[in-house]
Design a protein around this ligand. Structure first.
Ligand code: GLU
Length: 293
C-alpha cells in the first residue's frame, strides 16, 4: 500500500470529490476501513469533498442496524463527511427513469430466465464463453417478440432488465478510455461482460446502474474502491457514454487480505471493527493496520 503518502504529494492537486459507498449488509471490517480511509484522505488532502453513500438497494439483505453501526464505526475511525449520506433506497424512481430511457432506445430488454433456464441453455450449447463475472448470458430472451415480452410482463412473470450489449456498444463512439491512477489511460472493453443485468428480478436496479448514476449525480471526480471492482469499470464507462454522464478518474486499491492471502469478507467471518474495538484496539492502530505500506 502506498496511499499513506498521498497527503504530502497531493497537497497542491485539484480538489477531489471522493466517496465511500458501503452496503449495510453486515458490520464493517478492516477492508472497509481501508477503502473509507483511502477515499477520505484523497478528499481531505486536496481540500476537496468526501461523501458517504449508503448502497442499500438490496433491501432484503441491508439492515438499518448495520447502517447505524457503520456511521458509528466511521466516526470512531476519525472520519467525517461533507453532507448527509445519500441512501440509494430513497431514489428508486431516479434509477427507474434511467432504465426507462434506455428501454425506449432499445438498449435494455426484459429477461425472464431463471438460473436453471440459463444453465440448461449453456449445457445444450456446450462451451459457454466466460466473462469477468462468470459465463456470459446466452441471449435466450434477447430477441423475444415485443408482444410476447409485453404479455409475460402483464401476466406478472418476474423479469430482470438486461443491457443489449451489442446495441449499446454500437450506440457510443469508441474508443472508451478510462484513467486509472498510477497506470494511466486504458481502453475499456465492456463487450466482454455480455448482456449485464441493469435491473434485477428481486430489486428493480443493479449495482452497475446505481453506482454510475450516483457518481455522476454527486460529481465524483475520483472513484476509489477495492481492486476487485476494477473490471466493472468497463461496464460503468459504457453506461456513462450512453447517458452522457461525466467520466471520473479511478484509483483502485489492493484489498485487505488475511494471513493466508484470502480477501477479507463478511461472510467468511472477517473480524469487524467493533470486535477489534471491543478487544481494546484503538482507531489509530486500525488506521495503521490498513494504511501500512
Ligand atoms: N457498494 C459497493 C460495495 O460495498 C462499493 C461500490 C463502489 O465503490 O463502487 O462493495
Amino acid at each position: 500500500m502506498h496511499f499513506a503518502r498521498y497527503p504530502a504529494e497531493a497537497m497542491d492537486a485539484t480538489p477531489e470529490i471522493t466517496r465511500f459507498a458501503p452496503s449495510p449488509t453486515g458490520y464493517l471490517h478492516l477492508g472497509h476501513a481501508r477503502a473509507a480511509l483511502f477515499a477520505w484522505r484523497r478528499a481531505r488532502a486536496t481540500g476537496g469533498r468526501f461523501l458517504l453513500r449508503i448502497e442499500d438497494v438490496d433491501t432484503m439483505r441491508c439492515r438499518p442496524e448495520y447502517e447505524a453501526a457503520l456511521l458509528e464505526d466511521l466516526r470512531w475511525l476519525g472520519l467525517d463527511w461533507d453532507e448527509a449520506p445519500r441512501r440509494q433506497s430513497a431514489h428508486f424512481d431516479e434509477y427507474r427513469e434511467v432504465l426507462d430511457g434506455l428501454a425506449a432506445r432499445g438498449l435494455v430488454y426484459p429477461c425472464f430466465c431463471t438460473r436453471a433456464d440459463i444453465a440448461r441453455e449453456m449445457a445444450a450449447a456446450g462451451a459457454a464463453p466466460q466473462g469477468p463475472d462468470g459465463p456470459l448470458y446466452p441471449g435466450i430472451c434477447r430477441d423475444l417478440p415485443e408482444a410476447e415480452a409485453a404479455r409475460r410482463i402483464a401476466g406478472g412473470e418476474p423479469h430482470a432488465l438486461r443491457l443489449h450489449m451489442a446495441r449499446a456498444c454500437e450506440a457510443v463512439s469508441r474508443p472508451l478510455p478510462a484513467y486509472e491512477e498510477n497506470e494511466g489511460w486504458h481502453e475499456c472493453r465492456p463487450e466482454v461482460f455480455g448482456d449485464v443485468v441493469l435491473g434485477r428480478k428481486d430489486v428493480p436496479v443493479s449495482y452497475h446502474l446505481c453506482v454510475t448514476h450516483d457518481d455522476a449525480l454527486q460529481r465524483i471526480t475520483l472513484v476509489t474502491r477495492g481492486d476487485d471492482l476494477k473490471p466493472a469499470t468497463d461496464v460503468h464507462r459504457l453506461i456513462q457514454a450512453l447517458m452522457g454522464w461525466p467520466v471520473p478518474r479511478y484509483a483502485h486499491h489492493p484489498l485487505m487480505r488475511d494471513a493466508a492471502g484470502r480477501r477479507l469478507a463478511k461472510r467468511d467471518g472477517a473480524e469487524s471493527l467493533r470486535t477489534l474495538r471491543g478487544k481494546g484496539i484503538s482507531a489509530a492502530e486500525v488506521r495503521a493496520m490498513v494504511e501500512a505500506p
